[in-house]
Design a protein around this ligand. Sequence first.
Ligand SMILES: Cc1cc2nc3c(=O)[nH]c(=O)nc-3n(C[C@H](O)[C@H](O)[C@H](O)COP(=O)(O)O)c2cc1C
Length: 181
Amino acid sequence: MNFLELAKSRQSCRSYDKGRYVEPEKIDAILEAARLSPSACNAQPYSLWVCTGSGALKIAEATGGMGMNKFAKDAPVMIVISEAPYNATAKIGAKVKHNDYRSIDIGILSAYITAEAESQGLGSCIIGWFDNAKICEAIGRDVTVRLVISIGYAKDEVKREKRRKPLSELVSFVTGDDKNV
Ligand SMILES: Cc1cc2nc3c(=O)[nH]c(=O)nc-3n(C[C@H](O)[C@H](O)[C@H](O)COP(=O)(O)O)c2cc1C
């Protein structure tokens, strides 16, 4: 699959095959993709927690407030992404430019993780609805969690048509006398 095919095929998976475990080498590939993800000043200001078994279930429960994310309890793997400090250059850049690069970096990281999961034939879903305190309890560390990603083999998954804004709503072109457009 080229990248555009991968981007069309990846979708938020909300139905997992509970009894089918994910091969460790597939998790390794996903983590390597995560490691290669770009970040402001190459700071990689995040930590990842790979949770399986009862650990995954605890994380799933932490995403379940107000009846949300019921599907998560069937995912065999839950990756928690917490925010870590910037390095010195990213810290200065963020302060001078009033930009929170850490959240941006974590967004890119999540895109890499979910794209690699798709290329490994796995379903995934980025989850932003969670209880920070419950996750801290589950992982035994006091951290600022930014996202959780559920991963597993999809069950009875039908590929949905992508619903996205048209490019005309998203993109403007600023042209000169070049020949690119
Ligand atoms: C930052 C972020 C937070 C999200 N949080 C949740 C969530 O808590 N529960 C959920 O089911 N989907 C969640 N999603 C998935 C989005 O709903 C989904 O990506 C979007 O509707 C586009 O659909 P697609 O991923 O199937 O293409 C989240 C996605 C992002 C990027």
